[in-house]
Ligand binder design. Structure first.
Ligand SMILES: NC(=O)c1ccc[n+]([C@@H]2O[C@H](COP(=O)([O-])OP(=O)(O)OC[C@H]3O[C@@H](n4cnc5c(N)ncnc54)[C@H](O)[C@@H]3O)[C@@H](O)[C@H]2O)c1
Length: 335
């Protein structure tokens, strides 16, 4: 059994603490807010993040980073993606150089255009990193609803270790060497989910949603492959799998934010209503920049950016997408 520290006590970090304690590991759940730690200790619940869930007594809680990350076999990074770099900097001098770390956060950093494990490797030189991703809403995982994810790492040993530590009868973990593909899939689906939400908000139907998912994964795949990822990864759990769940689910905050925008709210008003970090908004800008860097056409992602940041009317964005020049469905098509 392993000693594991989870950094970030949001819905996903807390759900994974429940899962890992259930797998027999010694788990410390760290939050940057002391009052959050005290509340979880007092109530055995994280009521604002996972309402109605009783947290097992075995979970240890801490708001002291130094004590939390000491002597851990594995760290799990579960802070919102925009807090990954600052959290990594805080632990830099507190952990061994070859610390094993699994990132479960999703997002591309604006400016550097780094994935989550690229940020970790940038700050924590020598750390061994993996990403765990796939269609896995915390609200369902914590209720032991059968869920399948993928653990990706450049290190076969770390991928196997991650699989070993996380997998159980309700949580099936595949492994993959395609770390980049898994992280790009997990991050960019949030941008397409915003578009899917806008479609719902406009009152469009299943046809539109299916089209966004199908053409959305095409865009994500095109970009990921240009960056060096494997096409198959995007047809897998952290590609189409995660995209389907995020575009359909009532739990998805990205879809929800898109919905409010489709109903007429500005991006800021939509984020204020969702009350949680809407990572797709940040990843949208980063995805557009990646498209420009790699010379890849990303029409849906482009329109999401225009709606979010250039005050384009969402109906006009749809009209423009529908009115693009006539095309073949396949990128490389011949008769
Ligand atoms: N919720 C899910 O079902 C789910 C599933 C898979 C992956 N993820 C990913 O996991 C990550 C965390 O998502 P979540 O749903 O748990 O978020 P959340 O909104 O439920 O909670 C975020 C937590 O991070 C903490 N936090 C905020 N700013 C911080 C900072 N600067 N430093 C440290 N901690 C900070 C907050 O206190 C809060 O407890 C995201 O990248 C998300 O995409 C979430």
């Amino acid at each position: 059994m392993a000693r594991i520290c989870i950094l970030g006590a949001g819905s996903w970090g807390t759900a994974l603490a429940v899962l890992l304690v259930g797998n027999g590991h010694t788990v410390t759940l760290w939050s940057h807010r002391e009052e959050e730690v005290l509340a979880m200790q007092r109530t055995s619940a994280n009521e604002s993040k996972l309402p109605g869930v009783v947290l097992p007594r075995e979970i240890r809680y801490s708001s002291q980073l130094k004590e939390a990350v000491k002597n851990q076999d594995l760290l799990v990074f579960a802070v919102p993606s925009k807090a990954t770099r600052e959290t990594a900097k805080k632990i830099k001098d507190l952990i061994p150089e070859d610390q094993k770390i699994v990132s479960v956060s999703k997002g591309i950093e604006e400016g550097t255009l780094y994935s989550q494990t690229q940020i970790l490797e940038d700050v924590l030189k020598g750390a061994l990193t993996a990403a765990l991703s796939g269609p896995s809403h915390a609200e369902e995982v914590v209720r032991r609803i059968p869920t399948l994810v993928v653990a990706a790492s450049k290190s076969h040993d770390l991928a196997l270790l991650t699989q070993e530590l996380f997998m159980n009868a309700n949580f099936r973990v595949y492994i993959s060497p395609d770390l980049l593909g898994v992280e790009i899939g997990g991050s960019l689906k949030n941008v397409i989910a915003l578009a899917a939400g806008m479609s719902d908000g406009l009152g469009y139907g299943d046809n539109t949603k299916a089209a966004l998912i199908t053409r959305g994964i095409k865009e994500i795949t095109r970009l990921a492959v240009a960056m060096g990822a494997k096409e198959d990864t995007l047809a897998g759990l952290s590609g189409i799998g995660d995209l389907i769940v995020t575009c359909q689910s009532m739990h998805s905050r990205n879809r929800m934010a898109g919905y409010y925008i489709g109903q007429g709210d500005s991006a800021q008003e939509a984020m204020d209503k969702v009350k949680m970090v809407v990572e797709g908004v940040y990843s949208a800008r980063a995805a557009r920049a990646l498209g420009q860097r790699y010379g890849v056409d990303l029409p849906i992602i482009e329109q999401v950016n225009r709606v979010l940041f250039e005050q384009m009317d969402v109906r006009k964005a749809v009209l423009e997408l529908m009115g693009r020049e006539k095309k073949a469905e396949l990128d490389h098509c011949s008769w």
